[in-house]
Design a protein around this ligand. Structure first.
Ligand SMILES: C[S@@+](CC[C@H](N)C(=O)[O-])C[C@H]1O[C@@H](n2cnc3c(N)ncnc32)[C@H](O)[C@@H]1O
Length: 409
């Protein structure tokens, strides 16, 4: 079972206010935020129904002779309603298991849980993206996407820390921005110590559910594409199902060391020389200032450790008012990394991938990603190690792990 531990205030689902608050105010804001996301999960059905109502109204406003030419439209809308009801049931199961997730946030139900508060379009979009993330991480339909995004990272971990040269149960891998946790889970499945870090409650509630509450392969169904009304070749494409999880998340080896930690990567991880590997997938562009991520990764990596990155640079804060956003090119980030001391040991500046792709859509995005492995050189930092003359032993065998950060499975 993967426990999720809260490390810092979780403000990942809304623009961050940079003011510092008193601890009481922080706690109050955090509770407020927690309940706002629970409300979003509860509002989902009404939100989709309103969209379908509108579609139905518009269709019924057409001349009858046009409606007569389109006999399958209303049955399809009815089917979308059913699918939304079904999604809603899954989302309520997620909520049910989330209410007690964080000791320091839970404060009991505020009032009658059946009372549904309306949510913003921003939160509804986040929730719909989270539903699509189930396809990417935990369905058979997401296998191709996982092969193109996660496998290059996993292969490099295995190449840098091969099991015939390392005791992989002592090699620690951190996955910041872990989403629904599949990459981190796969790394743990190979025997490495792996910790996912995530700050969005949407993702944390959902990963907690899939990792800790789902045991049977393909036991649950979602309809991830019902929110897409445009670019459908067939009406049935919109209402097709995916099943999850495609593997039993509980099937990690008994002695595996897998955890998820909640909180802002920049706030949670500050201990120097702690990790053998940091693996970032579609993550670095979530920064206000990507150089802060680079610096933090540099600091927390052990000497000799590696940073493996795959992803685009679709800066998340680019279009957000009142939010710091520094949109650097890969060329600039790379130059800064090298100046800091990173050695780029593997680089592919054109790796084509998708992200939560609807493969039957008439509009499909392809990311031309950057993939690299950057090493924090051993010699710059390892004065004690040099004295010990242990140049040939693996970094994992030399450094102590930060036990206090761990939250065991
Ligand atoms: C584009 S998603 C990628 C998720 C996953 N790595 C994948 O490839 O499917 C980026 C993730 O990073 C998370 N995130 C963004 N900023 C973060 C931060 N400062 N600390 C931790 N997680 C963060 C977001 O909530 C989101 O789940």
């Amino acid at each position: 079972m993967a426990e999720t531990k809260e490390e810092t205030p979780l403000t990942g689902d809304f623009p961050r206010d940079r003011k510092t608050f008193s601890p009481e105010e922080e706690a109050r804001l955090e509770r407020q935020h927690f309940w706002r996301i629970i409300d979003a999960f509860r509002y989902y059905r009404r939100h989709v129904q309103e969209h379908v109502n509108r579609a139905e109204r518009h269709f019924r406003s057409l001349p009858q002779r046009h409606q007569n030419l389109l006999p399958s439209v209303l049955p399809n809308l009815a089917r979308i309603r059913q699918c939304a009801d079904h999604n809603h049931e899954v989302l309520q199961a997620i909520v049910q298991h989330s209410i007690h997730m964080f000791e320091n946030i839970e404060c009991g139900e505020r009032e009658d849980p059946r009372k549904v508060r309306s949510s913003s379009t921003f939160d509804m979009d986040k929730l719909k993206s989270t539903i699509k993330q189930f396809v990417r991480d935990w369905s058979e339909a997401g296998q191709g996407e996982r092969d193109s995004c996660y496998q290059p990272i996993i292969r490099e971990i295995q190449r840098h820390f091969p099991s015939d040269q390392y005791d992989v149960s002592k090699v620690s891998v951190l996955v910041p921005g872990a989403g629904l946790g599949r990459l981190a889970w796969e790394i743990a499945r190979l025997g490495y110590i792996c910790q996912g870090n995530e700050w969005s409650f949407f993702m944390l509630f959902s990963s907690n559910f899939v990792l800790n509450r789902c045991e049977k392969v393909n036991c649950l169904t979602l309809y991830p594409w019902i929110h897409q009304f445009s670019n459908n070749k067939k009406s049935s494409d919109q209402t097709r199902a995916i099943r999850f999880p495609d593997v039993n998340p509980q099937s990690l080896p008994q002695d595996s060391d897998f955890s998820m930690v909640a909180g802002d990567f920049l706030e949670v991880y500050s201990d120097a020389d702690s990790w053998d590997c940091v693996a970032t997938c579609f993550f670095i562009d979530t920064a206000h200032n990507v150089i802060q991520y680079v610096e933090t990764i540099w600091k927390i990596l052990k000497p000799g450790g590696v940073w493996i990155n795959l992803g685009p640079l679709l800066y998340h804060f680019e279009n957000m008012a009142n939010e710091l956003s520094v949109e650097l090119s890969y060329e600039d980030i790379r130059a800064a990394m090298v100046k800091l001391g990173f050695q780029i040991v593997v680089e592919n500046q054109s790796l084509l991938t998708t992200y939560t792709e609807n493969e039957r859509s008439m509009l499909r995005y392809i990311y031309d990603c950057v993939f690299f492995v950057a090493r924090k050189p051993e010699h710059l930092y390892s004065h004690c190690q040099a004295e010990d003359d242990q140049q040939h032993s693996p970094p994992a065998a030399k450094s102590l792990r930060q036990e206090n950060l761990e939250c065991h499975t």
